[in-house]
Write a protein that binds this ligand. Structure first.
Ligand SMILES: Nc1nc2c(ncn2[C@@H]2O[C@H](COP(=O)(O)OP(=O)(O)O)[C@@H](O)[C@H]2O)c(=O)[nH]1
Ligand SMILES: [Mg+2]
Length: 282
């Protein structure tokens, strides 16, 4: 995720500074980095502490984006070009500065790919529906023939969530590895019955074999049903961080977003952040 944008002018004045996520950057390090970009007059990408910085000269000033190590250089290069391009337009028409600041987050939005997995009927499509603010997710059928439903409009910080539901097509299991590549989080959904939790072990074993995968988190859905296993019990049975959910309850939308945010925090080991950057649906 791109979490900071700085634009520094020829006189070393910070003219734009925007923070999208509660991560601190060392301002002195950023200044030194800006100086290196200016003196070299070329695009630089450097790892500074636990942050990846990309800087591009802009006239006699410089644009800097701070992101995570997992963010791809090519994506960051595209984004910084966009910010620089839009800012150059502002310089020529001063009155557009406010508009630039308002739109800045859309210029630096990157996609965060998340998959929902689980046996049929556990509530995967319902979770997408919930996250999509009650609208049906789009159905998308790529050439490989697997039916994927996706939601692309929900944002956390400068991430646009790209959620995939593989519609429980077990016969496509061989393809999972390919489909999940570059997927930051896999949510394994269960309906919180003992039977389904035990069946889900099988999916989990499959996932564990594939080290290309990132974080796996369990969603213990259908917490409203009588006899639903508590998330803590599911967590003990599966040995993986588990969050409870009632996907048919629209009030649980924030909770679902919170699960995604908490999973991201766990994965990247950021120190405690408050939720203040969730953008709701337009
Ligand atoms: N009681 C209850 N039913 C749910 C919940 N989530 C989903 N369902 C229902 O479970 C059924 C299967 O859900 P669906 O999302 O199609 O499952 P999928 O096959 O995993 O995509 C539907 O009838 C949903 O309305 C929940 O939290 N509580
Ligand atoms: Mg479904």
């Amino acid at each position: 995720m791109i979490h900071h944008v700085f634009i520094i002018d020829a006189r070393d004045t910070v003219v734009v500074q925007k923070k999208f996520w509660i991560i601190n950057v060392d301002k002195e390090e950023i200044r030194r980095f800006a100086f290196r970009v200016k003196t070299n007059q070329m695009l630089l990408i450097e790892e500074i502490g636990s942050i990846k910085c990309i800087g591009q000269p802009l006239g006699r000033g410089v644009v800097i984006l701070c992101a995570e190590f997992v963010d791809e250089d090519t994506t960051l290069m595209e984004k910084i070009e966009k910010v620089a391009f839009e800012f150059r337009r502002v310089i020529s028409y001063e009155e557009e500065f406010d508009a630039f600041m308002r739109k800045l987050d859309t210029y630096v939005t990157t996609k965060l790919k998340i998959s929902l997995l689980g046996h049929g009927g556990v509530g995967k499509t319902t979770i997408l529906h919930l996250l999509n603010g009650g609208k049906m997710p789009q159905t998308y059928i790529p050439t490989i023939g697997v039916d994927i439903q996706k939601v692309e409009r929900t944002r956390i910080g400068t991430y646009e969530l790209l959620l995939w539901d593989f519609a429980g097509q077990e016969r496509f299991r061989k393809l999972w590895k390919t489909l999940f590549s570059r997927c930051r989080i896999v949510f394994l959904v269960t309906d919180s019955t003992l039977e389904n939790v035990l069946q889900s072990r099988d999916i989990l074993d499959f996932l564990k074999e594939h080290d290309s995968l990132n974080a796996v988190v369990i969603i213990a859905n259908k917490q409203d049903l009588p006899g639903a296993l508590q998330p803590s019990i599911v967590q003990r049975l599966l040995g993986i961080k588990t969050f409870g959910l009632i996907a048919i309850d629209p009030n649980d939308r924030l909770k679902a977003l919170d699960i995604i945010q908490k999973s991201l925090e766990r994965e990247v080991d950021w120190t405690k952040m408050e939720i203040d950057t969730i953008n709701f649906l337009p």
